[in-house]
Design a protein around this ligand. Structure first.
Ligand SMILES: [Zn+2]
Length: 145
């Protein structure tokens, strides 16, 4: 289905993540993913994708409860990351539309509005390293989780 998201499980580290189109690389362990990587489920929106990824990474017996919790939350699930302050991450999440595409200028705007001295590239690199972002060939970033 065009424009929809897939949740795939990395065969190497068993973590699930969202992807669009063919699986490429695991954001958790960096393994290249074969095009035959099984798709666990699909999502129509980035909000739904976040829920499905969280559920896929949760033991089966806890999923029902987690799903109820996630679906009742207005705020999207924020991944905990020690390297990027939560406020910035939340702002970045908000700046990204349903296409999950992040532009360098978006990040600059966010840093400015938080009075952050942190260089844009430092933040982008950190988020890239912890698997939150994937750099795309056209110079934008794809927000993964
Ligand atoms: Zn992996």
């Amino acid at each position: 289905m065009a424009g929809s998201w897939s949740v795939v499980r990395c065969p190497a580290c068993r973590n699930c993540h969202g992807t669009r189109g063919q699986p490429r690389q695991c954001p958790h362990c960096g393994q290249p993913l074969p095009s035959t990587t099984p798709i666990i489920t699909t999502a129509e929106t980035s909000a739904q994708l976040r829920i499905e990824v969280a559920l896929a990474n949760t033991p089966e017996e806890l999923r029902d409860e987690l799903r109820k919790k996630l679906e009742s939350m207005d705020e999207p699930l924020v991944a905990s990351s020690s390297s990027s302050p939560r406020a910035l991450f939340t702002a970045i999440r908000k700046a990204v539309g349903d296409d999950m595409i992040l532009r360098r200028s978006d990040v600059q705007t966010i840093l400015d509005s938080h009075d952050s001295e942190q260089p844009v590239d430092d933040l982008l690199e950190k988020m890239e390293l912890d698997g939150t972002l994937v750099r795309q060939q056209d110079g934008t970033w794809l927000l993964l989780e």
